[in-house]
Write a protein that binds this ligand. Structure first.
Ligand code: FE2
Length: 205
């Protein structure tokens, strides 16, 4: 992922969702509430404008957590769960890339935990897993064209393959899986850097 893509994606696209969410949440009387609450409340009220922007703000913040410049592989319980669900990392990659390629239009492709099981699924536009019961996201990749068009043009498959090979933060995915299985809490907006070591300790315990 080039610097240009990252900068435009984060500083323009993501920022626009955040700015609109702040305005619309204020108008809706939800100012200062956790972003997860805003997303769920907007969906409940049928407020599509607020939902779309708030969910996109959350999805992008989560997406940044799902990437690391330090290339890694899944380990421990996560590696076992991947083997069990998909037969191995290569087969998970195939499932993840195929799901993303087959997805019509904009959206997101997810690796998620449902109880003990892992699954790959995609959601349309701004839809996320906060509005689906029983699913904890482990990883997500952005399928909107703004995520890959500068680097890969119309080659969504090439983008997804390159992304899967280089960028997933498997350590983060492992924490999310632990949380899904009742050990620790899943990631919540905003980014956990400040609370990172504590969260890690809690999760390890
Ligand atoms: Fe995006």
């Amino acid at each position: 992922m080039s610097e240009d893509t990252l900068r435009f994606h984060h500083d323009k696209h993501h920022k626009a969702y955040v700015d609109k969410t702040n305005t619309l949440a204020k108008n809706a009387g939800l100012e200062g509430r956790p972003l997860e609450d805003v997303v769920r409340e907007a969906r409940k009220r049928g407020d599509a404008g607020l939902f779309n922007n708030a969910a996109q703000a959350w999805n992008h913040a989560f997406f940044w957590q799902c990437m690391t410049p330090d290339k890694s592989r899944p380990s421990g319980a996560l590696a076992q769960a991947i083997d069990q669900a998909f037969g191995g990392l290569d087969d998970l990659k195939k499932a993840f890339v195929n799901e993303g390629v087959a997805h019509f239009g904009s959206g997101w492709v997810w690796l998620a935990a449902e109880g003990e099981a892992l699954k790959v699924l995609s959601t349309h536009d701004a839809d996320d897993l906060l509005i689906q019961q029983g699913l904890t996201p482990l990883l997500v990749c952005d399928l909107w064209e703004h995520a890959y068009y500068l680097d890969h043009k119309n080659d969504r498959k090439g983008f997804l393959e390159a992304w899967f090979d280089a960028l997933p933060n498997w350590e983060f995915a492992g924490w999310q899986l632990a949380a899904a299985q009742g050990r620790g809490e899943p990631w919540r907006h905003p980014a956990p850097q400040a609370a990172g070591p504590d969260l890690k300790t809690a999760r390890a315990g």
